[in-house]
Design a protein around this ligand. Structure first.
Ligand SMILES: NC(=O)C1=CN([C@@H]2O[C@H](COP(=O)(O)OP(=O)(O)OC[C@H]3O[C@@H](n4cnc5c(N)ncnc54)[C@H](O)[C@@H]3O)[C@@H](O)[C@H]2O)C=CC1
Ligand SMILES: O=C(O)C(=O)Cc1ccc(O)cc1
Length: 295
């Protein structure tokens, strides 16, 4: 269990709320304080038993906590870091849950002047397409992965406290460099979200969209679930990781053009071999993830 006797969650939505619930479910007895902009949402978080109390001033909240977890969209993190910077105390641990890591580290460097030893960025690879505290649940991180991307300044003690946090939530932790994280996640998370948003938006702007959605099969529903994700959050991710996202979009556009040519030329072998390689890779991935032992 974490050593901090009080935790501040900045942004009590799906991800921050689920951390609070998971900590409680794991037996954490310290205080959990929420910060946000909307009193109504935070009052609901208290009613749901997600946080013990809340504050609308990030600096005041920071002064009362030892572990600070920033759970707002990635381009809003700078604002929170700015607001808490002057209230951090020696020994405090600061982390975040952002889907991009280099941008968050740059925001922290700008807000704190230099990167604090207690700052250890992290990213739970778990979530849903839903948003807000009502969508939070305590088992979200169970048997999932949390990636830590310690900076050159992070202390080992702080990294271990962040590992204890995610392990208490039921996750397995690993560490990697922030640039590598952003590169890998651009391919497996950011690109599929861009594709789902673009596909659904393309179909939604057709004049016959009511009719075509009515006849959509299960595959359409499976493939497009993530297009129901938060537009604000994904706008920030697309911008914050724009280099890697653009490179992955370029690669996909080339693949789609190749597939289009093969279809136009009726190149059955080429079409089938693309589909076959994709099926093999996806089946192998599903097999592998189903065999991963519980942490
Ligand atoms: N949704 C997902 O599946 C995952 C999201 N993440 C990351 O977690 C973070 C939070 O995402 P969710 O919890 O899904 O979103 P959410 O929309 O459920 O919660 C975000 C919370 O932050 C608050 N907020 C937004 N801007 C703010 C600001 N400037 N100041 C103060 N509060 C602000 C919102 O009011 C809301 O309560 C994002 O950085 C996202 O990249 C990471 C892993 C999975
Ligand atoms: O809804 C889904 O399946 C997701 O892919 C959730 C998700 C969204 C963003 C992340 O950074 C990590 C996980």
């Amino acid at each position: 269990m974490i050593q901090a006797s009080s935790v501040a969650i900045y942004g009590v939505g799906l991800i921050g709320g689920s951390v609070a619930l998971a900590l409680r479910a794991a037996g954490y007895t310290g205080e959990i304080i929420g910060y946000g902009r909307r009193a109504s949402e935070l009052a609901r978080a208290v009613d749901l038993g997600v946080v013990d109390r809340y504050g609308l001033d990030a600096g005041d909240v920071a002064a009362q906590a030892q572990l600070h977890l920033v759970c707002v969209p990635v381009l809003a993190m700078r604002q929170v870091f700015d607001a808490i910077a002057s209230q951090l105390k020696p020994g405090d641990v600061i982390s975040d849950v952002g889907s991009t890591k280099q941008s968050v580290i740059e925001a922290a460097r700008a807000a704190f002047g230099e990167l604090p030893g207690g700052f250890v960025p992290a990213h739970p690879i778990a979530g849903t397409e839903r948003t807000g505290v009502s969508a939070a649940f305590d088992s979200l991180y169970r048997n999932r992965l949390a990636i830590l991307t310690p900076t050159e300044a992070s202390t080992e003690a702080a990294a271990m406290e962040v590992e204890r946090l995610w392990q208490a939530c039921g996750a397995r932790t690993i560490r990697m460099g922030a640039a590598h994280h952003d590169d890998v996640l651009a391919a497996t998370s950011h690109l599929p979200h861009m594709l789902a948003f673009a596909l659904v938006e393309l179909l939604a702007t057709r004049p016959d969209h009511d009719e075509i959605f009515m006849y959509a099969a299960g595959g359409f529903r499976d493939f497009t679930r993530i297009a129901s994700s938060s537009p604000d959050m994904w706008r920030d991710i697309a911008l914050a990781n724009r280099g890697a996202v653009a490179a992955n979009l370029d690669a996909l556009i080339l693949r789609l053009q190749d597939l289009r040519s093969a279809i136009a030329c009726e190149d059955a072998d080429q079409i089938e071999s693309v589909f076959r390689r994709a099926k093999q890779a996806r089946d192998a991935y599903v097999n592998l993830t189903e065999q991963t032992p519980d942490p």
